[in-house]
Design a protein around this ligand. Structure first.
Ligand SMILES: Nc1nc2c(c(=O)[nH]1)N[C@H]1C(S)=C(S)[C@@H](COP(=O)(O)O)O[C@H]1N2
Ligand SMILES: [Mo]
Length: 306
């Protein structure tokens, strides 16, 4: 459970004992309960296990992971999301899974987080701009969720839709992208055991700048495929047109697999700079996950299908 019901929490767990005693002077009875419910709680996630697909590379620090972000809904500078994402309201929050499936369902985010066992997956994230990080995600395989809705034979692709609300997301007041942020995967990519729905990192609830309360993580693709703050997942027959494909079709294809041999028109993809390091390191095919995913693209011309 992400947030415990107030009745289950001893007040001492929410505020230091002294503060709680001071509050008692002026809060009584039902009013006290209401006030407790309104207090910010340190979000606790259910127990989790270490995943099978982690890397042994050292993870970036929490500070690095939460202060250098791409989340254009909150501005285009790397420091903007950390400064601006506080306006995002992550409760109540629902995720609808719809389209070509027998059992479409709208999940409450807390029920969703409890429904699937959480795993820690330490994944490399490679941004198409040429930097990378190692992030200890907490999440569950997207496949577990998709199996529940029973995709039909018409489900060939999966579309991911970020929240659209310019009141909460100031970046959406400007036409930087065709909002809401939209991404897509082929069904077999979505069902791959590496593909994660992340609800936390470093053992805690996902920080807002990293895509709270739930975001996609596809570690062998460029970072922009990993859509943040998702409200809708649609099973569809036709290949989705992502926000980046729509904005710059010559620069962004549907697949967007990390590939050191196929350059982006503006950035070489041969090397990358790990955040926190000075020297660049070579970029690995499929971001180093080739052994697990290369078979998905057997026979596909990766220069054409970039
Ligand atoms: N909704 C949304 N999702 C998004 C983005 C965005 O601008 N909006 N940026 C993408 C890009 S370019 C990257 S590199 C990753 C960055 O994830 P992080 O900030 O958690 O490291 O998020 C991706 N997901
Ligand atoms: Mo990115």
């Amino acid at each position: 459970m992400l947030i415990k019901k107030p009745a289950d929490i001893p007040p001492s767990e929410i505020t230091p004992e002294t503060i709680y005693r001071e509050r008692r002077h002026f809060i009584q009875g039902a009013a006290a309960l209401a006030a407790l419910a309104a207090l910010p709680t340190q979000a606790a996630l259910p127990a989790y296990k270490k995943g099978l697909y982690g890397t042994t590379e050292p993870a970036n620090s929490l500070k690095e992971i939460t202060s250098y972000n791409n989340f254009y809904e909150f501005g285009t500078d790397k420091s903007d999301p950390a400064a601006n994402a506080y306006t995002l309201r992550t409760r109540p929050w629902t995720v609808s899974i719809e389209g070509a499936c027998r059992r479409p369902k709208t999940w409450d985010i807390d029920a969703l987080t409890q429904a699937f066992p959480l795993e820690e997956r330490i994944y490399r994230l490679r941004c198409v701009e040429g930097w990378s990080m190692v992030i200890p995600w907490l999440g569950f395989p997207l496949a577990s969720l998709l199996q529940q809705v029973e995709p039909t034979a018409n489900a060939k692709y999966v579309e991911f839709v970020t929240l659209q609300d310019p009141k909460q997301m100031p970046g959406q007041r400007r036409p930087i992208l065709d909002w809401p942020y939209l991404e897509g995967l082929r069904l077999d990519e979505a069902m791959h055991p590496l593909t994660l729905m992340a609800v936390g990192l470093y053992g805690q609830e996902l920080p807002k700048q990293n895509g709270a309360p739930i975001r996609l993580v596809v570690p062998w693709k460029y970072g922009f495929k990993s859509a943040k703050s998702i409200v809708k997942i649609r099973l569809v027959e036709r290949q989705p047109v992502s926000s980046w494909m729509r904005a710059a079709p010559r620069e962004y294809g549907f697949y967007s697999n990390v590939n050191p041999e196929v350059d982006h028109p503006r950035w070489s993809q041969a090397k990358e700079r790990r955040i926190g390091e000075f020297l660049k390191r070579p970029t690995l095919m499929f971001n180093g996950y080739g052994e697990q995913v290369a078979h998905l693209y057997a026979g596909l011309d990766l220069r054409k299908y970039y």
